[in-house]
Ligand binder design. Structure first.
Ligand code: S3P
Length: 453
């Protein structure tokens, strides 16, 4: 099926049947965004970086492979820790092969920033999903900094970037709320002359800024009028190798949480979940819907807010209007929110979702079509989704196309835990990009998810 190094030769259909109550203390895997950054920054640092709790999903392994190809030593020990010996800012080697980023938009866009700021040339490709995704959003600012690109039509992969001989810092106002674009520019700015500033009108996840500071880089964040932020750094600062303890991923915890909310009698507690306010919009929304979700033992670890999240699934949720300003803090969670909304009583309106059309799949379309096939009453707009829930799970009984999208796949398997008839997905293989043990973890809680036909 795919012609890239991350080979998934055959699709893996998976079926999810109505399950008994879900109970337990699932160990959610490490945060994907933070895992990528720990390897990238470790690879730029002087000295050793030791990472615990790294997400060993395909996307992060693509980042590790790319950083090795550019000269860093990245190894996994028998103790489960990852050790990285960096090459120093500006010290990246030119890779002598094409960098295959599999399904990973984050690896691709952030690494384009890293390479764009260095005097090397690299060619990137990816799987059929990644090769459809727009790269213009990072090409534009990186060209302003001095990088040059040769891309396929529509600024898509495969593409070759010739990094700037002497990159120049810029001030860049993000045209879309995107942490990936912000991060690409900041990472290029690390090896640029002068100051690089990114202005974002709506706050997006700040794990790049937080981790740069953790590695000893001075990064300023200034709140501007109207809720905008300016993030600045001066180029040519040194990163120092350090210890990184990766929190567990709130975007992965979201699937188990919604499963517990829609399967009656469930109760689960997930420890050490990242609950940075720029990431936890789904949990805020579910609470507004009436869900019983509690943060316990809140604390700061390695610069990130973490908590145990206890979810009890005993009351019917109500439909809500999701404020547009909240979208960036739950950008990856709309597929699973749509599942929760389908089981809630009343109408849930989600607007300002244009970015969902350019994720691993067109998530608006994939959710709308899949949910309709499961019996949900909904309307899809250009950038909106309105779901009319009945207060109980939809009937299910459909085979869902997932278009190489891990979050579409997991969302429908969660729906199948509550619907009367089974829900089958056409291909569960992409789940390994972000949540390799998803099926075992869900089944340990009490779900009934197994191979389909
Ligand atoms: C990510 C940022 C988000 C998110 C993606 C991970 C990151 O993308 O959808 O899964 O790690 O920076 P955008 O920044 O493009 O919205």
């Amino acid at each position: 099926m795919t012609d890239t190094l991350i080979s998934r030769p055959i699709s893996q259909p998976i079926v999810s049947r109505k399950s008994k109550a879900l109970n337990g203390y699932p160990l959610i895997p490490g945060d994907k965004s933070i895992s990528h950054r720990s390897i990238m920054l470790g690879a730029l640092a002087i000295g050793e970086t030791i990472v615990s709790g790294l997400l060993e999903g395909e996307d992060v392994l693509c980042t590790a492979m790319a950083m090795r190809a550019m000269g860093a030593k990245v190894t996994q020990g028998d103790d489960g820790l990852w050790r990285i010996h960096g090459v120093g800012v500006g010290g990246l080697h030119e890779p002598d092969c094409v960098l295959d980023m599999g399904n990973s938009g984050t690896s691709t866009r952030l690494l384009l920033g890293l390479v764009g700021g260095c005097d090397i040339t690299a060619t990137f490709t990816g799987d059929a999903s990644l090769r459809k995704r727009p790269m213009k959003r990072v090409v534009t600012p990186l060209e302003m900094m001095g990088a040059r690109f040769m891309c396929r039509s529509g600024d898509r992969l495969p593409l070759t970037v010739k990094g700037a001989r002497e990159a120049l810092g810029i001030e860049y106002h993000l045209p879309v709320a995107s942490a990936q674009v912000k991060s690409a520019v900041m990472l290029a700015g690390l090896n640029a002359a002068g100051k690089t500033t990114v202005i974002e009108d709506r706050p997006t996840r700040d794990c790049t800024e937080n981790m740069l500071r953790h590695f000893g880089v001075q990064v300023e964040t200034e709140e501007l009028e109207g809720g905008a932020f300016a993030i600045s750094l001066n180029g040519h600062q040194e990163l120092r190798g350090c210890a990184v303890d990766v929190p567990r991923d709130p975007s992965s915890a979201a699937f188990a949480a919604v499963a517990a909310l829609i399967v009656e009698g469930s109760e689960i507690t997930m420890s050490n979940i990242g609950v940075n306010s720029r990431r936890d919009g789904l949990f805020v929304t579910l609470k507004e819907m009436g869900a019983d979700i509690r943060y316990e033992n809140q604390r700061i670890e390695a610069g990130e807010k973490v908590a145990s999240i206890k979810v009890t699934g005993n009351n019917v949720m109500k439909g809500v209007d999701v404020p547009e300003a909240r979208v960036p803090s739950m950008i990856d969670e709309f597929p699973i929110l749509a599942v929760a909304a389908s089981c809630a009583q009343g109408t849930t309106r989600m607007t300002g979702l244009a970015e969902l059309r350019v994720k691993e799949s067109d998530r608006l379309l994939m959710m709308a079509e899949g949910l309709k096939a499961c019996g949900v009453d909904l309307e899809m707009g250009e950038d909106s989704l309105t779901i009319h829930g009945t207060g109980k799970p939809p009937k299910g009984g459909a085979r869902i196309e997932t278009a190489l999208d891990h979050r579409i796949a997991m969302s429908f398997l969660v729906l199948g835990c509550a619907s009367d008839e089974p829900v089958e997905i056409d291909d569960g293989a992409p789940i390994a990009t972000s949540f390799p043990n998803f099926i075992d973890l869900m089944n340990d809680l009490g779900a009934d998810i197994c191979e389909g036909e």
